[in-house]
Design a protein around this ligand. Structure first.
Ligand SMILES: Nc1ncnc2c1ncn2[C@@H]1O[C@H](COP(=O)(O)OP(=O)(O)OP(=O)(O)O)[C@@H](O)[C@H]1O
Ligand SMILES: [Mg+2]
Length: 297
């Protein structure tokens, strides 16, 4: 079956993004004051994330991933340092300006997906477009296209409790894409999913990055992401590095398939039964992963 084509993104605003930088952090620190003590959730983090990449943010629990993702997406401001999102210095913006920036330029995917339970999948995807003032016909067309693209063409009128966890994740992804954002941030989006479903969702992210001019920054504990992402950033006690420490070098589902006798091998077999691994190909000089179509495609 032919792979559905993603709706075309709106042309990038070159004045807002003079270069290919999507997010830039300059010496960013975030300090919390608790009972007279200072807690550094982020310490002097500098980094630049460019257009069209899938970026993984990994690190132990409490290492500062959520804090950094919130700063990078304008949900929070650093205590020190500067942040630029799509060429705009967010550390100088007021709350109203930040709300506008988030609404039009950033898509959010949360661990529990935060879908509105009283709305159907279609209505959940349509909602951000209503908030940004898009007309009814354009909303309908884009919500339909996006839900078909994530493989939910036949589930559009289901409410979240009538969908599986993986299907809810796909609704959340379609919703995050609704307003053609330059960047999507996802905080533990596969945390509540089984390994195979989590892999399917990560592969969907990979495909979206390839087909849409969008950057995805994903905080996760799942080592599989490092096999799929263009770049892995590591947080450790609030500091950032690019070296994956030994404790985080576990094998992800893609590399574990051929290790007999392990739990991962079991998971791999499940994936094999679904034909997932047969459809994952590695190629190119750096062994990039190409995407399997989603079930139903
Ligand atoms: N509102 C807050 N007040 C005080 N300390 C906080 C607050 N939010 C986070 N912290 C502290 O900042 C540090 C980083 O927290 P953060 O939530 O960013 O970690 P994380 O890497 O996302 O962890 P996890 O993998 O468990 O989600 C932790 O030590 C945490 O206790
Ligand atoms: Mg977190």
């Amino acid at each position: 079956m032919a792979t559905p084509v993603l709706p075309a993104p709106i042309a990038a605003d070159e004045s807002a993004s003079p270069r290919d930088t999507i997010v830039r952090c300059e010496n960013v620190s975030r300090v919390y004051h608790l009972a007279g003590e200072e807690v550094y959730a982020c310490r002097d983090v500098s980094c630049e994330i460019v257009r069209g990449k899938l970026v993984a943010l990994r690190g132990r629990s409490g290492s500062g991933k959520t804090t950094l993702i919130n700063i990078m997406s304008g949900l929070d401001k650093p205590s020190k340092g500067k942040t630029f999102i799509l060429g705009k210095e967010t550390t100088r913006m007021n709350d109203g300006q930040l709300t506008e920036l988030r609404r039009h330029m950033i898509g959010f995917i949360f661990q529990a997906f935060a879908l509105l339970p009283v709305l159907s999948a279609f209505e959940n995807v349509e909602l951000p477009m209503r908030l940004s003032g898009r007309g009814a016909r354009a909303r309908q067309r884009r919500a339909t296209d996006l839900l078909e693209m994530v493989g939910l063409g036949k589930r559009m009128h289901h409410r979240p409790f009538e969908l599986s966890g993986g299907e809810q994740a796909r609704v959340a992804i379609a919703r995050a894409l609704a307003n053609e954002p330059g960047m999507i941030v996802a905080d533990e989006p596969t945390g509540a999913l089984d390994s195979v479903t989590g892999l399917q969702i990560m592969m969907l992210f990979r495909r979206i990055v390839q087909e849409q001019d969008v950057t995805i920054i994903m905080a996760t504990h799942d080592p599989t992401i490092s096999e799929i992402a263009d770049e892995t950033l590591i947080m450790s006690d609030g500091r950032m590095s690019r070296d994956i420490p030994e404790e985080l070098q576990g094998t992800g589902i893609l590399d574990a398939v051929h290790m007999p006798g392990t739990l991962h091998a079991e998971i791999g077999l499940t994936a094999d039964r679904e034909g997932l691994h047969d459809r994952i190909e590695r190629g190119g000089p750096s062994g990039e992963v190409t995407l399997p179509p989603l079930p139903g495609e």
